[in-house]
Design a protein. Structure first.
Lengths: 46, 174
């Protein structure tokens, strides 16, 4: 069994402000949602 | 549900971890009638940032950009428990469940090495590295499913994903 490793981010700290392109073609960052509560959901077609 | 989230000054950001690009992710976004934004992580870059090796995952972020909850694996938005967690957080910032903030450590770096070959166009080499990696690291679902999708596109991209076929692969030890 591989060892359990902690997430690179912890509760109460800023999440990394990554930038990715949306299906609509815009560059999007979590900081674009500042002032709102945000749920980020990771999935794949497979 | 999304209308409720928006009216409570909340939002959803969906991240498709699809190494084969936006064209593969788009039909799922459209079929779901999704009104929220979907971004595509073709290079699996967020797995490196956060550390995860499997999906589906969820992360809750408050108004100031601080992380309030994280769950790696089993974060299925169609599941009633998950839906309840999301609704409660959006409406008052409350999270009733403890974060699941650990994952199995990587047994190997084969996923990254195979991905480098895949992106440079050497599909054969990518397949061979991923196969070797799965032998060492059988619980690495990002790697296993990526290999399946590259080798059997008809099971993934011709209409519905064939989960029965995936179960057969697991039973056969593929």
């Amino acid at each position: 069994m591989p060892a359990k490793i902690p997430s690179n981010v912890s509760e109460g700290t800023q999440i990394p402000d990554f930038e990715l392109r949306s299906l609509a073609g815009d560059m999007v960052r979590p900081s674009d949602y500042r002032g709102k509560r945000l749920v980020i959901f990771f999935w794949a077609s497979w | 549900m999304y209308a409720d989230i928006r009216s409570n000054n909340g939002d959803i950001l969906s991240v498709a971890v699809d190494l084969q690009g936006a064209d593969k992710a788009r039909p799922y976004h459209e079929q779901a009638g999704a009104e929220f934004v979907t971004v595509v992580d073709e290079e699996n870059s967020l797995a490196r940032i956060f550390g995860y090796r499997a999906i589906p995952n969820g992360i809750f972020v408050d108004e100031e950009g601080n992380l309030q909850f994280q769950q790696y694996g089993g974060f299925d938005i169609k599941n009633a428990e998950t839906e309840g967690l999301v609704s409660a957080f959006i409406s008052d910032g409350r999270v009733s469940k403890r974060s699941q903030a650990t994952f199995d450590g990587p047994a190997s770096d084969h996923f990254e090495r195979g991905l480098a070959h895949y992106q440079s166009g050497d599909i054969e080499q990518a397949r061979s590295v991923w196969r070797a990696g799965i032998a060492l690291d059988p619980e690495n679902w990002n790697m296993r499913k990526q290999l399946w999708a590259v080798e059997n596109p008809d099971k993934f991209y011709a209409g519905k994903v064939d989960y029965g076929w995936q179960r057969e692969q697991i039973e056969q030890g593929q």
